[in-house]
Write a protein that binds this ligand. Structure first.
Ligand code: ASP
Ligand code: MG
Length: 405
């Protein structure tokens, strides 16, 4: 007997038919003799619809009230799924975060899980119940409902798996695994059998929207092996784990594209110590995450600094810098939202020189200009014009994977 945590995303529980389908997967797992804890997302576009509803009444609602609202989506899913399972004649109970005891900090809309109580979960499993838990939500020390950030149900699932020392954590979605690139953009993309936690993290921060980044961090920290698979097409998915044996000879595991990028440039800054420190500490104080940074070589005692942020915080970042224009002493500021970040990721890079140059060659071969470059041990990212992004992605994917298939 194993303890299995299964998470189903919004599209997997979109309507009654899909819920029945999920109920079958769950009850099959249970009937095979396993203890089963299930985490569900809100149905389909429910979370987006709730956000729209909120904005009809208030363009800038408090995060506390937003969490109060958004957490209802997951509660609908768990109750409906429990009813479907009940109807199939299996013992089941649905629980929200409050009933389980999933405690978080008070950072509404992006809360972090601090602790999960095992008591209620254990008691329900001992009663032989299938346990269905709301994803995405927690409770803070004021007994307020919090949420874990968009896509946070993955993190709920991994946290429960870690707490219960589950044997397996399966993340069911509407794709059948992790691909070498988004198959909607790159037709030749293929499914990976295995990928490491670090590669998955880099792919996710590079724009691949398969798993919530924090869920992967947590899985890595607690050594929880994940399986990403489809709820609609029952076949093995992609295993995410610490070390993988490379069956493929390529140094690269995948190519990711992120369109949610804005590039802000500060022009003619005085070339003196402390300027970069001041700019980025102002942004950090407002919790604005900066990604790629480029500083030009100084000339005529001035320099330029450009950096990327996600589109949703670009305006706020500009505003903060504008407020300090005099002190920072720059001549011009510009924000370009028509850009995309393209990243190649692979732990094989460490021992394989020439990976970056192959990527640049692929971009050159289709005439795509590189605006910025950044690298880490297992990733190379470039910033390109948005209009070039898809061609660039295909060219890069082709370069690394075509001969290998
Ligand atoms: N329902 C939430 C969202 O749409 C959480 C999740 O699905 O993981 O972001
Ligand atoms: Mg998701």
């Amino acid at each position: 007997m194993a303890l299995i945590v299964q998470k189903f995303g919004g599209s997997s529980v979109r309507d009654a038919d899909r819920i029945r389908n999920v109920a079958r997967i769950i009850t099959d797992t249970y009937a095979a003799g396993n203890e089963v804890v299930v985490v569900l997302s809100a149905q389909g576009d429910t979370t987006d619809d709730l956000i729209d509803k909120a904005h009809e009444l208030n363009a800038d609602p408090s995060k506390r009230e937003m969490d109060m609202l958004l957490a209802t989506g997951e509660q609908i899913s768990v109750a409906l799924c429990a009813m479907a399972i009940e109807k199939m004649g299996f013992p089941v109970v649905s629980l929200n975060a409050w009933q389980v005891g999933i405690s978080t900090d008070s950072n509404y809309s992006n809360a972090r899980i601090k602790d999960i109580s095992e008591d209620r979960l254990r008691a329900e499993l001992d009663r032989k119940n299938i346990v269905i838990v709301t994803g995405f939500q927690g409770v803070n020390r004021f007994y307020d409902i919090t949420t874990l950030g968009r896509g946070g149900s993955d993190t709920s699932a991994v946290a429960l798996a870690a707490r219960l020392k589950a044997d397996l954590c399966q993340i069911y979605t509407d794709v059948d695994g992790v691909y070498t690139a988004d198959p909607r953009v790159v037709k030749e993309a293929h499914k990976l059998d295995e990928i490491t936690f670090d590669e998955m993290l880099e792919l996710a921060s590079g724009g691949a929207q398969v798993l919530h980044n924090r869920s992967v961090e947590m899985a890595k920290r607690f050594g929880i092996q994940l399986e990403v698979l489809s709820s609609l097409d029952p076949k093995p998915g992609t295993i995410v784990k610490e070390v993988v044996k490379k069956v493929e000879s390529t140094a690269i595991s995948g190519v990711a594209k992120d369109d949610n990028v804005a590039c802000i440039s500060l022009i003619h800054l005085t070339d003196k110590p402390g300027v970069a420190y001041r700019i980025f500490s102002l942004l950090a104080q407002k919790k604005i995450n900066v990604d790629i940074i480029l500083q030009s070589i100084g000339r005529d005692s001035t320099k330029d600094i450009a950096f990327t942020v996600s589109k949703d915080v670009a305006e706020q970042a500009m505003q903060i810098l504008e407020e300090h224009r005099e002190e920072l002493d720059f001549v011009g500021m510009d924000c370009d939202e028509k850009v995309a970040k393209l990243s190649i990721v692979g732990s094989g890079m460490i021992n394989n020189p020439g990976i970056a140059s192959s990527m640049f060659e692929a971009l050159y071969s289709v005439g795509v200009n590189i605006r910025m470059i950044s690298t880490s041990e297992i990733k190379v990212s470039v910033l390109v014009d948005l209009s070039d992004a898809e061609i660039a992605m295909n060219a890069v994917h082709d370069k690394f994977f075509r001969a290998k298939r």
